[in-house]
Ligand binder design. Structure first.
Ligand code: ZN
Length: 422
């Protein structure tokens, strides 16, 4: 069900935004004399960008519980002259929390040329916001090196904050810039928010936007592509018996072991010999046998075992990977007790990298991009960019953190991408 609630019919007149352009403090700080909590706080308070980032990180928004941060972002955008719509997304858990994507644009320009998007949910657990003077820099440090820690500081509230301020600054300099913002829910566990947006009238066919910029931690590089994902379970059934009399039963673990050891090498088998597909941009597909559960005791012949496997797809799609896995299993075992159950997956995603001045990388994680079906016009392909501050190496970890310098540089990076698209 699609429900839209329009929150602020902002006037067509543009308002000046002096508050968002306030210059931050600059220069070196003395860690010995100045690194008290108050002086670190002062750096944040003096910058509208850093304050907004702090405010949204302080609000816990683990997937399926995004309501409070959603309300905050909605109010902030409404107060800054955006027309904001709540796009209600069905909850997928027991949670009774209202869930919604935030869709914002200027005036009545509901179908802007450029869409900037990121997600407002985070992985668990919630880790409180904290500030840290950089370690090992002596008694003095530059404000750009101040470290901001906490869940979501990187993934993806760093991108959310930088996108909001890049949009505000762009609109202040070019009030007619045709920009829309989408901040969605559920990216970390199901892609529910982006799937909902994708199926809605905000994503018409042909596409109304010509450029979409996805915000995720890319260490300020443009991403040329990321792998797709595909999961399956291998299940073996046997018959329990006393381990002293194994011929009276059938070991499910003995049945599954040769299949798993074959699958474990499938990424090294050339595609023409039945291995997983490869690509020039993303390299090899990789396969991880992440969980194996089976058996009940050392002295019992195991009657049941199952293994959970995840493939990161460098080429092809979930459907032809399913065929590759089926063939590999079938070629290797005739054991009727072994079966494979496939899950839904996503294809690899390639992005545009034609804006100069950025480092270009590939990444191994998935994004919302796979959940957004793009309806290209025949004469015009929608351009897609993936860019954002912070490192994926700390996202999802206990040490998730970002520097002031990265956040501020990301605002400039998004502005350059917007201006290239305009
Ligand atoms: Zn993310």
């Amino acid at each position: 069900m699609k429900i839209y609630l329009i929150f602020s019919l902002a006037s067509l007149a543009r308002v000046a935004l002096p508050s968002v352009l306030q210059q931050p403090l600059s220069g070196e700080l003395s860690a010995e004399t100045d690194s008290t909590k108050t002086s670190l706080d002062r750096i944040i308070v003096s910058s509208p960008l850093l304050s907004f980032h702090r405010d949204i990180v302080r609000i816990s928004s683990i997937s399926d519980h995004e309501r409070n941060v959603g309300e905050f972002v909605l109010d902030f955008l409404s107060a800054h002259n955006f027309t904001v719509e709540k796009q209600i997304v069905q909850s997928e858990s027991e949670s009774q929390d209202e869930r919604f994507n935030i869709y914002a644009y200027i005036g009545e320009n509901r179908h802007p040329d450029i869409l900037l998007t990121s997600h407002i949910d985070t992985v668990p657990p919630f880790i409180p916001y904290s500030l840290h003077a950089p370690a090992g820099k002596g008694s003095k440090f530059h404000r750009a090196d101040l470290l901001i820690a906490g869940r979501g500081t990187v993934d993806a509230k760093g991108s959310v904050a930088a996108i909001v301020f890049a949009a505000l600054e762009t609109l202040n300099e070019a009030p007619d810039a045709s920009i829309g913002l989408l901040f969605d829910v559920g990216e970390e566990n199901s892609g529910a928010g982006m799937k909902h947006f994708s199926d809605s009238d905000l994503n018409p066919s042909p596409a109304s936007f010509h450029t979409i910029i996805f915000g995720e931690p890319t260490e300020l590089s443009l991403v040329a592509g990321h792998k797709g994902t595909f999961g399956f379970k291998v299940i073996a059934e046997g018959k329990a018996a006393h381990s002293g009399y194994p011929w009276l039963g059938k070991s499910a673990i003995s049945s599954i072991l040769p299949v798993l050891s074959l699958l474990d090498t499938l990424e090294d088998v050339p595609p023409e010999q039945g291995g997983l597909l490869r690509s020039d941009v993303l390299g090899n597909s990789t396969l991880n046998i992440g969980v194996v559960n089976g058996g009940v005791a050392g002295n019992v012949v195991p009657a049941h075992v199952e293994a959970s496997v995840k493939v990161r797809l460098a080429a092809g799609n979930p459907s032809n990977t399913e065929d590759i896995v089926k063939k590999a299993v079938k070629n290797f075992t005739t054991d009727s007790g072994v079966s494979v159950v496939f899950e839904r997956g996503s294809s690899p995603q390639l992005f545009d990298t034609d804006v100069g001045g950025f480092n270009v990388i590939t990444v191994n994680y998935g994004t919302d991009a796979a959940s957004l079906k793009i309806h290209d016009r025949e004469d015009r392909k929608v351009r897609r960019y993936l860019y954002g501050p912070g490192s994926i190496h700390v996202a999802h970890g206990d040490d998730e953190a970002i520097t002031v310098g990265e956040l501020e540089e990301a605002v400039q990076g998004y502005k350059r991408l917007i201006s290239a698209a305009l």
